[in-house]
Design a protein around this ligand. Structure first.
Ligand code: PLP
Length: 406
């Protein structure tokens, strides 16, 4: 099966949109991906034909909704190659998953003086929860630095890792630079030092296959909306023995076995971590996104995205004064750049007037921007439905930016 981008584009209704009288060129996929019609249909079908609360009712609608909800859990288990559905916890997204681990595993098992290792590439959501934990518990946050290309300096990681390190929490793929981190190496070394590892997979899952058992990740988090699914739902994968040892995060309905005024006993996995009515419709529609992804030719997709990355890099480099920021040895299809003497935000505004959507600013990675010595970047991030012609439009748009602002 060859990779047919034009056919794929037809599956995403929003791509037909016009912006400022021009065809939309959507290059902000690292912020969120567009949704295929199958996902929109799944949302619609739930609300139109079997809207009900789950796990509680015994009537037809409740059973149908519960079954569909649990089908997504199985689909995620298969997608991540997890050992069991007990290890798949529904969250509100990556941020929520990291906060869950910090507030449960972190609060229970980390002590004053213990060290948590993150990297310079982290999104704020993989920094701030650990800072909050460090403030509360007296732990110490240490940071693996990057080199000029945007690759982690692994010798520094080796040096920072010690018997004091209790947790390593690193991003699989950088949202700002596209760097693919060598997480197998990091996990192996961290485990040898006795530390647990959380991998932030928000950007990785839509670009590279993930097998949590092969990786031997202790925790792996992701957001459905970066994977062609709806907003407001995501996944925490955790190894069963760790999830069993962790206290619940939120208390309420659904996560209990028995409640008395004196004492509550908690539900079995995975429900112990799923208090309250979850985001039922979006979880159900997430399966439609995973099913959709499953229909795409994986090798063709990887080749297509790699070609987009190479083409965009080469074309952007022809623009005088443009500097690509982040040239890691292994990258997904994300290109960050700056243009001499022009603020990233101004570039974004003028591109928007041409129907081109990119992300500008710090990309929720302010400490990374400080390391790179830039206020922010312009980021073009590609998905399976993007084309070379859209990259040409971006390059033409940037020439206009220069003409207006230089
Ligand atoms: N981690 C990375 C690498 C991200 O790119 C993002 C979102 O951009 C997040 C975490 C946070 O994801 P969410 O806002 O869906 O919780």
């Amino acid at each position: 099966m060859s990779f047919e981008v034009n056919r794929i584009r037809k599956d995403f209704p929003l791509l037909d949109t016009q912006v400022a009288g021009k065809p939309l060129v959507y290059l902000d996929n690292a912020a969120t991906t567009q949704k295929p019609a199958a996902v929109l249909d799944a949302l619609d079908a739930y609300y139109r034909s079997y809207n009900a609360n789950i796990h509680r009712g015994i009537h037809y609608l409740a059973e149908k909704a519960t079954a569909a909800f649990e089908e997504t859990r199985k689909a995620v288990r298969d997608f991540l190659h997890a050992g069991s559905t007990e290890e798949i916890i529904f969250t509100y997204g990556t941020t929520d998953g990291i906060n869950l681990v910090a507030n449960t595993y972190g609060r229970k098992f980390l002590q004053a003086g213990d060290e948590i290792l993150i990297s310079a590439l982290e999104h704020h959501s993989n920094i701030v929860p650990w800072q909050l934990l460090c403030e509360e518990k007296g732990c110490v946050l240490k940071v693996i630095p990057i080199d000029d290309r945007g690759d982690l300096i692994l010798e520094e990681f080796d040096r920072l890792l010690s018997e004091k390190t209790k947790l390593v929490s690193v991003v699989h793929v950088s949202n700002a630079l596209g760097t693919i981190n060598p997480v197998e190496y990091i996990i192996g070394k961290a485990h040898a030092a006795g530390a647990k590892v959380l991998i932030d997979g928000a950007q990785a899952c839509s670009h590279i296959p993930v097998n949590v058992q092969e990786l031997d990740a202790d925790f792996y988090v992701l957001s459905a909306h970066k994977l062609f699914g709806p907003t407001g739902t995501g996944i925490l994968y955790g190894k069963k023995e760790l999830l069993l040892a962790m206290p619940p995060f939120r208390g309420g309905g659904e996560m209990i076995k028995e409640v008395t005024f004196e004492k509550t006993t908690y539900a079995d996995l995975p429900y112990k971590f799923e208090a309250g009515t979850p985001n039922i419709a979006d979880v159900i529609a997430f399966k439609a996104a995973l099913d959709y992804l499953g229909t795409l030719d994986k090798e063709g997709l990887a080749r297509h995205e790699h070609e987009l990355l190479e083409y965009a890099t080469a074309q952007l480099e022809t623009i005088e004064g443009l500097r690509i920021i982040g040239k890691a040895r292994k990258k997904i299809s994300v290109v960050s750049f700056a243009i001499e003497n022009i603020h990233p935000q101004d570039i974004g505004i003028i591109l928007d007037q041409q129907g081109i959507a990119v992300r500008t600013g710090h990309h929720c990675t302010q400490p990374l921007m400080q390391c790179l010595g830039v206020p922010g970047t312009v980021r073009a991030s590609f998905a399976p439905y993007n084309t070379r012609e859209e990259i040409d439009a971006l390059v033409a748009g940037l020439h206009k930016v220069k003409k207006f602002l230089s």
